[in-house]
Design a protein around this ligand. Structure first.
Ligand code: SF4
Length: 412
């Protein structure tokens, strides 16, 4: 038995302050009760077999079958894409060469942020600024479930480097996060209760009051918030696109980004989107470095074509616009959409419950547990190195995909 320092790969906060107790291949956090960390480390691996049509097989055969499928496919979608930098690069080598399409588990919510960024631009915040500098933090409708330690570490930290004494935290949404309730005796925050539609009107009223200096704002909550905004020196606004009412979430995000711009006319404010599950930011950044285009891009014409509606996973699968879908998930057991009228492949962790329901299943390890890795943190300014800590011979996504690519090329 020994204790080790661990950088946690299970969400985009990538906490590097975790200590684990190791006994053989079982791990117990000793200084963090993060529920996502605890449940992720508890997963049992009962078998590590690949499967073709539900039958156990060896990994080489599964790889050969997948190479053949990609070669025969007229249109392949790579999605889920819950992987690290190397895994994304390896996928992209195939996607580009064999004219595939790429999307991500978080495509729906993340593409709303992308669209807003394309239309309005943005002022962005780092976690260090959030923790150490922000004197006002406004959180629009985020339970924090995607980033379980965000509130504890960055919004109500025990210490800040410049001993920040006064911080206003205002939560605007339908229901305050569990963390706020649990700690209400030791933290200070304000709660403005608004659903998505009222939130949109609220944002527009604040922007009107700032831009046209209207004195008519009668809503006391607006007047109160305006007063705080005017007194702020270093403000932060956080939101989670996936928690707004879906049909108006894009308009809300636009209003938030425009509000940040308005506020910067008289003080300093910046924003951070918390829609970061399954490392969409890592995948998206690699795509941007390599191709100049984000998720929801097709390479079918021999060059990248980006369209957030046309290349949505759900739409492509429901309408059978593809004949093969390759799901990648090296972190968790999130369920995948299976349409039996097309071929379905899952490159996933060995405990995935749908491994018998796809045409091909190939087991992979988790970055930062079973192999060394790099992932991007939620604020995109830090690429964290993660170390292998578990002794199980599970391949990484890039090892599998590099072999698949060799197989497709050999058969040509
Ligand atoms: S908050 Fe995220 S990175 Fe931090 S310990 Fe929990 S799951 Fe891991």
């Amino acid at each position: 038995m020994k204790n080790i320092n661990f950088t946690c790969p299970f969400c985009s906060l990538l906490c590097d302050d975790v200590q684990l107790e190791i006994k053989k291949n079982s791990f117990k956090p000793i200084n963090s009760g993060c529920s996502l960390l605890v449940s992720s480390l508890k997963k049992k691996i009962n078998d590590q077999f690949s499967r073709v049509n539900g039958k156990k097989t060896n990994i080489s055969e599964a790889i050969t079958e997948l190479s053949l499928m990609i070669k025969e496919s007229k249109s392949t979608l790579f999605t889920g894409m819950a992987t690290d930098i190397k895994g994304t690069k390896a996928a992209l080598n195939i996607i580009d060469k064999y004219k595939c399409i790429v999307d991500h588990f978080s495509g729906d919510s993340y593409s709303k942020n992308l669209k807003s960024m394309q239309e309005t631009g943005g002022f962005f915040l780092t976690l260090s600024e959030l923790k150490n500098r922000a004197d006002t933090i406004i959180i629009f409708q985020s339970t924090g479930e995607e980033l379980p330690r965000l509130f504890e570490k960055y919004i109500f930290p025990k210490k800040t480097i410049n001993n920040l004494k006064k911080r206003k935290v205002i939560f605007i949404g339908t229901k305050v996060p569990k963390f706020f309730y649990k700690n209400k005796k030791i933290i200070n925050f304000e709660f403005i209760k608004l659903d998505s539609i009222n939130l949109l009107n609220f944002l527009s009223s604040i922007r009107n009051s700032i831009n046209f200096e209207t004195k008519e704002a009668k809503d006391k909550r607006i007047l109160y918030l305006l007063d705080i905004l005017k007194k702020t020196n270093y403000g932060s606004i956080l939101w989670n696109a996936s928690e707004f009412q879906n049909d108006i979430s894009d308009v809300i995000i636009n209003e938030i980004n425009l509000l940040i711009q308005d506020l910067n006319k008289f003080t300093r404010f910046s924003g951070l989107s918390l829609s970061a599950s399954d490392h969409v930011l890592t995948v998206n950044e690699v795509l941007l470095w390599q191709t100049g285009f984000p998720i929801r891009t097709s390479f079918a014409n021999g060059f990248p074509t980006h369209d957030t509606n046309q290349f949505s996973t759900k739409k492509l699968i429901d309408n059978k616009e593809i004949d093969l879908v390759v799901w990648i998930n090296s972190f968790n057991e999130k369920s995948i959409v299976i349409n039996k009228k097309i071929k379905n492949v899952l490159i996933g962790i060995p405990s995935h419950p749908q491994k018998n329901n796809v045409d091909i299943f190939i087991p992979v390890g988790t970055p930062g547990l079973d192999h060394n890795s790099h992932l991007l943190r939620v604020d995109k300014v830090v690429s964290m190195p993660l170390k292998k800590i578990r002794n199980i011979s599970l391949p990484s996504v890039d090892q599998i995909l590099n072999k698949v690519k060799e197989g497709v090329t050999d058969d040509n």
